[in-house]
Design a protein around this ligand. Structure first.
Ligand code: SF4
Ligand code: SF4
Length: 589
C-alpha cells in the first residue's frame, strides 16, 4: 500500500481485471506489471474505482489515526458532520450518532449544512450577477475534473468555497472568541474522498485538520466498542438551517438557495454523474444557443449526489432511494431556519489552478499505427473497439500505451488469438496423434502425428471415426459418459500398439482422442522378456553345475579329512617306541 496517496491499491488483492480502468471516467489507472495503480496527477478522486473493484483492492486512505491523535494529545476538537449523515445514520440513529461522536472524545459537533447554506446563498447571488452560465463549485471532484481536463471551463466556475470550507470558516469565527487557532482542530466527516484533497489544498491550509469518511468513522466506532444501540440521544452544538439539509441530493444547492427548479426550467440544470457532467459541458462549449439560456449548472460527480459518495458504501436494503427519503424526512423534521452568520463574499472566495498532466506532446499517427500493429491490428477491421482493456477504442488504448499508462498485453482478443495459435502449434507439433470428433463421432480435425499413425489425410474429415478405427471406445464414452477412458489398444492393420486417452469436451459436445504410439516399447518389452527367460535357463544350468561341483568338492574334502585323521593316528603310533608305524610314507595318499 502507498501511504501518502488518497486512493490506495492493495497489490495482493489486485487481480488484473481492468474493471477499475473501465469504470474510471478519466482513465487515471495505470497498468504496470499486471497491477492497476492510480496515477495521482490524472485522478479526480471521484472514488468510482473504490466502489467498483470486486476484490476490494482499491480503498480510501484512512485518517482516523490522525483525528484520534488530536483527541489523545488534548486538543479541543470540533466536528463538521456532512448533511448526508442523515442518510447513513437514519431513523433512531440520527441523534445517537452525535453522542457516539462525543464518546469518541470530540468536544463540539455541528452540521456542515451551516456551511452549505453560506455556499448556496453566495452561489445564487452570483447567478443573478453574471450573464454567463455559472457552474456551482461545491463538489471538489467536479472542480478537480475541470482543473485537470476542462480548463476552458475554469472561468465558469462559481468561485465560492465548498460547504466544508465555509463551515470551517464559521467554526473558526465562533471558536476564535475563546481559543487560539493552534489550540483546536477541525475534523470533517462525510462520504467523500475528494474532500481529503480539498482539505490539503494550499489555499485552504489551516481550515480542516483531518477529513474522514463515514466508513472510516464506522470502523473507528467498532474499534472503540461504541455501539449506537447503547448511545443516548444528543443534540448538535448548533442547529443547522433546515433547507441546507437537502444539500447532498441532486439539485440540493439549488433547493438550499431557494432557486426552485422544475423539469421545464431550462435555465437551471441540476445534474449528477460523469456522463451528465460531460454532456452539460459539451453543451456549454457548443454555441448551440442552449449555452446562453442556462444560468446555472449544479454538478455533483456521484450519481444521485453525495448520498452515493464513495466513503459511505451502500449497504442498506433500501438503497439510494431509501437514502434520499431519509434526507427528505430529516429536512421535514426541522423547523424552517435561516442562516444567521453574517457573510462577506470576499471571505468565501475560491481560486482555481490549471493542472498540467505530463504527456508526450507529439503522438503521431505513425506511433499509433505502430502500437496497433504490435497487437495484430493491421487494418481498420482488426480494431474491434470491444472495450475489454478498459479503453473505449483500440486507438485510445494505443495512445495510452505510448503514454505509459497501458500495456500491450491488455488486448484480450489479441492475447486470445495468440493463445489459440500457441495451442494449435502445440497440437500440430505433438508427437502423439490427436483427433477431435463431434457429438456424432464425425472427425472434425486431427494433427499430423495422427495422420501418420493411421495412414490417412484430410480427406477423412467429416467421416465417422469407424472409417479409420474401431469406434467402440469413443461410443462407450459418448453413451455412458464419464470423465475419460484410458486403455491400450492394438491396431494390427496399422502395425500399431497405442496407449489411448479419450475424453469429452462437454460444453463443446466434442470428443478428443490422444494416441501415444507404444509399438516399439511393446516390441522391446517382448525382446526383453525373451532375453530374460533365456537368461533364467542359463542361470539354472549354471546353478546346477555349481551344485554338482560343490557336492564333488565336499565329497573330496570329506575323503581328504578322513585320510588326514588316519595319518595323524599313524604318526602318534610312530612316536610310541614299541609300536613302529605301519606305513612310513605319511604323505602318500
Ligand atoms: S478515484 Fe476516480 S478518477 Fe481516480 S482513479 Fe479512481 S475512478 Fe479514476
Ligand atoms: S458528489 Fe459529493 S461525495 Fe461525490 S465527489 Fe462530489 S462532493 Fe464528494
Amino acid at each position: 500500500m502507498e501511504s501518502d496517496k488518497i486512493i490506495l491499491t492493495s497489490k495482493a488483492r489486485c487481480r488484473d481485471c481492468y474493471r477499475c480502468l473501465r469504470a474510471c471516467p478519466v482513465k487515471a489507472i495505470k497498468m504496470k506489471g499486471g497491477q492497476a495503480y492510480v496515477e495521482e496527477s490524472r485522478c479526480v478522486l471521484c472514488g468510482t474505482c473504490v466502489r467498483e473493484c470486486p476484490q476490494k483492492a482499491k480503498s480510501i486512505r484512512s485518517d482516523t489515526e490522525r483525528a484520534a491523535g488530536y483527541i489523545k494529545d488534548g486538543f479541543y476538537t470540533a466536528v463538521s458532520l456532512a448533511p448526508s449523515f442523515a442518510a447513513i445514520y437514519s431513523d433512531w440513529r440520527l441523534k445517537r450518532i452525535v453522542s457516539a461522536l462525543r464518546r469518541l472524545g470530540f468536544n463540539y459537533i455541528a452540521e456542515t449544512a451551516i456551511g452549505a447554506q453560506i455556499t448556496a446563498e453566495l452561489t445564487a447571488a452570483l447567478c443573478g450577477e453574471r450573464n454567463k452560465t455559472l457552474i456551482a463549485s461545491a463538489c471538489p471532484a467536479v472542480v478537480n475534473y475541470i482543473e485537470k481536463y476542462r480548463q476552458e471551463m475554469i472561468p465558469a466556475l462559481a468561485g465560492v468555497v465548498s460547504p466544508m470550507i465555509a463551515h470551517a470558516k464559521a467554526i473558526i469565527a465562533k471558536l476564535s472568541k475563546e481559543k487560539k487557532r493552534e489550540e483546536y482542530k477541525i475534523i470533517f466527516i462525510g462520504p467523500c474522498a475528494a474532500k481529503k484533497k480539498e482539505a490539503e489544498r494550499e489555499e485552504f491550509a489551516g481550515f480542516i485538520d483531518a477529513a474522514i469518511t463515514f466508513d472510516e468513522l464506522d470502523e473507528w466506532l467498532e474499534r472503540e466498542n461504541i455501539n449506537l444501540n447503547e448511545c443516548e440521544e444528543s443534540d448538535f452544538d448548533e442547529i443547522s438551517p433546515n433547507r441546507a439539509r437537502l444539500f447532498p441530493l441532486e439539485g440540493g444547492l439549488i433547493k438550499t438557495a431557494a432557486l426552485e427548479t422544475d423539469m421545464l426550467d431550462s435555465e437551471i440544470l441540476a445534474i449528477s454523474g460523469f456522463d451528465e457532467i460531460e454532456n452539460a459541458l459539451e453543451v456549454l462549449n457548443s454555441n448551440s444557443g442552449l449555452d446562453s439560456k442556462i444560468k446555472i449548472i449544479e454538478p455533483l460527480f456521484c450519481v444521485k449526489g453525495c448520498i452515493n459518495g464513495p466513503g459511505a458504501v451502500l449497504t442498506e436494503k433500501s438503497g439510494i432511494f431509501g437514502r434520499k427519503n431519509s434526507i427528505i424526512e430529516y429536512y421535514g423534521s426541522g423547523a424552517a431556519r435561516k442562516n444567521k452568520i453574517k457573510v462577506s463574499p470576499a471571505d468565501f472566495k475560491a481560486s482555481y489552478r490549471h493542472f498540467k498532466i505530463e504527456d508526450p506532446l507529439d503522438i503521431s499517427e505513425e506511433d499509433i499505427k505502430s502500437v496497433l500493429e504490435k497487437t495484430g491490428k493491421l487494418n481498420i477491421e482488426d480494431e474491434l473497439n470491444c472495450g475489454a482493456c478498459g479503453y473505449n477504442s483500440c486507438r485510445d488504448k494505443a495512445v495510452a500505451v505510448i503514454r505509459g499508462m497501458a500495456e500491450l498485453e491488455m488486448c484480450m482478443p489479441y492475447m486470445r488469438k495468440m493463445a489459440e495459435r500457441r495451442t494449435d502449434r502445440i497440437i500440430e507439433t505433438s508427437p502423439n496423434g490427436i483427433i477431435i470428433l463431434d457429438e456424432k463421432l464425425h472427425i472434425i480435425s486431427m494433427n499430423g502425428a495422427f495422420k501418420k499413425m493411421f495412414m490417412c489425410s484430410e480427406v477423412v474429415i467429416g467421416k465417422r471415426i469407424s472409417y479409420i478405427i474401431d469406434p467402440a471406445n469413443f461410443e462407450k464414452l459418448s453413451t455412458r459418459g464419464g470423465a475419460k477412458i484410458e486403455t491400450i489398444e492394438k491396431y494390427p492393420s496399422y502395425n500399431l500398439i497405442c496407449h489411448e486417452i479419450l475424453y469429452a469436451l462437454s460444453d463443446e459436445k466434442q470428443y478428443v482422442g490422444i494416441f501415444v504410439d507404444i509399438t516399439n516399447l511393446e516390441i522391446n518389452q517382448k525382446r526383453l522378456d525373451e532375453i530374460k527367460s533365456k537368461t533364467v535357463c542359463q542361470a539354472s544350468e549354471l546353478l546346477e553345475h555349481q551344485i554338482n561341483m560343490a557336492q564333488q568338492m565336499a565329497k573330496f574334502l570329506g575323503e581328504y579329512t578322513a585320510r588326514g585323521e588316519e595319518l595323524v593316528k599313524n604318526l602318534m603310533k610312530v612316536s610310541e617306541p614299541d609300536n613302529p608305524p605301519a606305513d612310513r610314507n605319511i604323505y602318500k595318499k
